[in-house]
Design a protein. Structure first.
Length: 499
């Protein structure tokens, strides 16, 4: 069982970091003799004051065992250490070479001694205790190894790593440790068990590797067309209905596992007619493209509007807020929202009579429009890539919006929407060549910066590296923070802050 220390705050970030086996990491392991295999002992156990790289700081002797509980009970190789030798609790250590301000991953295996109920393990990185573990070995006939991994930051050219069971009852029956490794920390999207320790009032810079798929069509696609249905689009709509089957064919040729959905928007009733609305879900995502085509064929514009900017920003935010519920976006898909419009967007402040928009799914006519920041949070949390298909006059407007959102593509739409298919394919290609990295659900503001957070001219099959800076803000603990490469993947990091 892993105990939460009273002076340690635990935060989870959501992409996962690589589980590295001791054998595969051995070439880069900065810990000398981390699996206690050298020298080979010719008995079941031996007691030493030191053991080829390892020294004793507390206790009488350190105990090295060799398959004492059966064949190959060590985690790596055949030898391992049992703390609490000769009825004395034990602390062992090694001083390893490090570089100041560089980040590392410390890994080790911990097992309770079979049939022993009390097994405790404390792990220190320098003067900081980074783990306090315990396990019950009752009922075990052999070792039961559990892997642990921590990201740590060095402050000098040498750092002491120590392991002890000093808070355990000395009885000659101690915890088992093996396969200790230390290497430069680098987390990849899609890996597991990425844990870092932020020093008190300090920062931690973590490199994150983003692998780019070789094939742009590798991930399934969920695409929702969000259509402007104000009267100015009445001349476009017949053409749009004609080309939609071609769009479906083209996209399914690239990725057969593509689902389609449909939404629409006009504006607030006060700026149009009683039939106006800022957002409507016309069709949740479906794998049946014929149903999608029928839904598009049933669209109709609404007359009566008298001002020009529409509620396209509100509609995009609603798509983000409804993504995992009403709209039915699937997990682990490339999520795309197309905003098709021939006008600018309204934002916070454009309805000054209204109350501030609270960023929920309730379409309250008395509320102001959302801010760009609210919309950005909604699409980042939903992992949505926006595409803006807009007429020529509004290309600069939506390019500026994409700049503020930090993600998206803007492509010119002909006045009659006749180039819809080509525009969508062009926009998707733009998205394939760019990557935006964000932090979401960071309740306590641990993520201070992501540098760089935007990549252009991305090559399929390449790897990108960004650097995420974490800082102890003193605001709380237990946060789930996701480092997300939009449209590609997430990384979950367990961030612990020593106080």
């Amino acid at each position: 069982m892993k105990r939460i220390l009273p002076w340690v705050m635990s935060v989870l970030l959501a992409f996962t970091c690589l589980n590295i086996s001791p054998s595969s990491a051995a070439a880069d392991n900065l810990v000398f003799n981390g699996s206690f295999e050298d020298p080979v002992i010719d008995t079941a156990l031996t007691y030493e004051t030191s053991f080829n790289g390892w020294k004793l700081s507390k206790g009488f002797l350190m105990e090295i065992d060799r398959d004492i509980f059966g064949t190959s009970n060590a985690k790596d190789g055949k030898q391992y250490v049992e703390l609490d030798s000769l009825n004395q609790v034990t602390q062992i250590y090694q001083d390893v070479p490090t570089e100041a301000d560089k980040t590392y991953r410390l890994t080790f295996g911990f097992s309770p001694r079979p049939d022993n109920p009390e097994n405790k393990l404390n792990v220190h990185w320098g003067n900081t205790r980074i783990a306090e573990l315990e396990a019950n070995g009752e009922g075990l006939s052999k070792s039961d190894w559990q892997d642990y991994s921590y990201g740590v930051k060095a402050t000098g050219t040498e750092t002491r790593i120590s392991f002890d069971n000093l808070n355990e009852t000395p009885d000659g029956l101690g915890s088992l440790i093996d396969a200790i490794g230390l290497e430069i920390l680098n987390c990849d999207l899609g890996d597991d068990d990425c844990t870092i320790i932020i020093p008190p009032d300090g920062t931690f810079v973590m490199p994150v590797t983003i692998p780019i798929p070789e094939d742009a069509g590798e991930l399934p696609v969920d695409l929702i067309l969000t259509q402007d249905l104000t009267s100015s689009f009445s001349d476009d709509l017949p053409t749009l209905k004609t080309v939609i089957p071609d769009l479906v064919t083209e996209l399914k040729a690239v990725q057969p596992d593509t689902n389609f959905g449909l939404a629409s928007f006009t504006d607030k009733k006060i700026y149009g007619t009683p039939d106006y609305y800022v957002y409507k879900t016309e069709l949740p995502l479906t794998s049946d493209s014929s149903v999608f085509e029928e839904a598009v064929a049933g669209l109709a514009t609404l007359g009566g509007g008298y001002d020009y900017p529409e509620s396209s920003l509100s509609a995009l935010m609603q798509v983000g807020l409804r993504a995992d519920g009403e709209l039915g976006f699937r997990d682990e898909t490339r999520r795309i929202a197309i905003i098709s419009t021939d006008d600018a967007y309204k934002k916070a402040g454009d309805y000054p009579e209204g109350t501030p928009n609270n960023g929920d799914t309730v379409l309250d006519e008395a509320e102001d429009y959302p801010s760009v920041a609210q919309t950005k949070d909604a699409i980042n949390n939903a992992n949505i890539l926006p595409i803006f298909l807009v007429t020529r006059d509004f290309i600069p407007t939506y390019n500026d919006l994409v700049s503020q959102l930090g993600v998206g593509a803007v492509v010119e739409l002909e006045p009659d929407s006749s180039n819809l298919v080509e525009a969508v394919l062009e926009a998707i290609e733009i998205l394939n060549q760019t990557v935006t990295v964000v932090a979401v659900d960071d309740e306590y503001g641990y993520v201070q910066s992501i540098e760089p957070d935007y990549f252009e001219n991305v090559v399929p099959g390449s790897e990108l590296t960004t650097y995420v800076t974490f800082k102890d803000t003193g605001l709380g603990s237990g946060d789930d923070v996701t480092i997300r490469a939009l449209g590609i993947g997430d990384l979950v990091v367990d961030v612990q802050v020593s106080l």
